[in-house]
Design a protein around this ligand. Structure first.
Ligand code: ARG
Length: 400
């Protein structure tokens, strides 16, 4: 798919906002902008009216400390950020990323609506579309917008007094934060979808419940084991990462949720890892495997069957998913295409090799340099940590 074919699927921005004056230029911004504008010129030159941007950008940075990127700069930058994500095996599809430019939104309510729309566009009735929604950039000296959820769809983790956890153990701390924020809690079951928390700069964080029709889930069954469906295990269709920062040409977008589709082993890990749903002992026992002896390889066998259940259930329900063998082949195809375009593909080997049958895939037998290029996505501080710490300090005072 070429860049232009998907351009029609993008959303146009309103005009640039007025930036506060007299902010000292940020040393990094201009150099980063220059680097990126040159990349753009080389790879995907902008339309006539946006040619020769550098003098304008330079002046804007001098006056305001930042600059407002064009729609084209944001769109191509988001796609290249995906291409530069060395941990991602799905990069073959980087050019088809749908970019929704919503930088002009400034209320939590409008953001929430945009996030619900993101889920609808991305889910697309099961035919998942890689999508990113870009909200307002950071302005020097000001706080940015933050989404507190790690993904738009995640399941609550409820920790009981006896230490047992129902749901996703990875979400226990955030589930507790939500309770402190006033969330009344879900059913208390293992697959309660968490509400969204949107924190606009200078305001209190706000909580929003996702409407049911924005949410596609897949109940899992196994093609050969009828008992599997009775475990009542399910997973959501789309993984939308909500907490990473997108950096393009010296501009940071602290709220820019994005998604691809799942590779089956990711869900296998969510459900199989010991510190997540930890389902392998249950599955192995149902299969009648000898869990007393490591040499029976009951873990491996149960993990394969769990992964088969994931892939076949998504297939049956018409939800896009890729198995790890196909994903690896597609990654090699990506590498070839990149080579033809005169670019090196960097990679984080430990992340690219699938967590199941690693040595059966070609990636295992290759090595990669893991250089960090820009544009790219970055981890950020956990946004609710500070709020939570100050809240617990207040609660402690209340106890005295
Ligand atoms: N591993 C994460 C999860 O299981 C999702 C990360 C992004 N994955 C993707 N296929 N785009 O939820």
């Amino acid at each position: 798919m070429t860049f232009n074919e998907t351009e029609s699927q993008t959303v146009c921005p309103a005009g640039p906002p007025v930036f506060p004056q007299n902010i000292p230029p940020h040393a990094g911004t201009l150099a980063d902008a220059e680097f990126y504008l040159a990349l753009l010129q080389r790879e995907c030159p902008p339309a006539k009216e946006d040619q020769n941007r550098l003098p304008h950008v330079r002046e804007e940075i001098q006056q305001t400390g930042t600059y407002w990127q064009t729609f084209h700069e944001v769109t191509y930058g988001a796609r290249v950020a995906w291409r530069n994500s060395t941990r991602c095996i799905g990069r073959l599809h980087w050019k088809s990323l749908i970019v929704r430019d919503l930088r002009h939104l400034f209320t939590a309510e409008d953001l929430f609506q945009a996030l619900v729309d993101h889920l609808r566009v991305a889910t697309h009735g099961g035919k998942i579309q890689p999508t990113i929604t870009v909200f307002a950039p950071l302005v020097p000296g000001q706080e940015g917008i933050r989404l507190w959820n790690s993904q738009l769809i995640r399941y609550a983790g409820y920790q009981h007094a006896d230490g047992t956890i129902v749901g996703d153990p990875q979400q226990v701390a955030f589930t507790n934060v939500l309770r402190r924020l006033g969330w009344s809690g879900g059913s208390g079951g293992p697959f309660d979808v968490l509400p969204l928390v949107i924190h606009m700069p200078g305001q209190s964080p706000k909580i929003f419940d996702l409407p049911d029709d924005a949410l596609l889930e897949v109940p899992l069954r196994h093609p050969d084991f009828s008992w599997f469906a009775e475990l009542g295990v399910r997973w959501h269709a789309v993984p939308v990462i909500a907490n990473m920062r997108l950096d393009i040409g010296g501009i940071s977008y602290p709220a820019a949720p994005f998604n691809g589709w799942y590779m089956g082993t990711e869900i296998g890990r969510n459900l199989g890892d010991e510190d997540r749903y930890h389902l392998l002992p249950t599955i192995a026992q149902k299969m009648g495997l000898n869990t007393k002896k490591e040499h029976s390889l009951w873990r491996d066998q149960a993990l394969v069957e769990l992964n088969k259940a994931v892939l076949s259930s998504y297939d049956e329900q018409g939800v896009t998913i890729v198995d790890h063998h196909t994903a690896c082949r597609q990654f090699l195809c990506h590498q070839e295409r990149e080579e033809q375009a005169g670019r090196v593909t960097y990679g984080d080997w430990g992340w690219l090799v699938p967590p199941l049958s690693g040595s059966l895939t070609p990636i295992f037998h290759r090595s990669y340099h893991n250089d960090t290029l820009t544009p790219n996505f970055w981890y950020q501080d956990i946004p609710w940590k500070e709020w939570d710490d100050s809240r617990s300090a207040k609660d402690d005072e209340g106890d005295l």
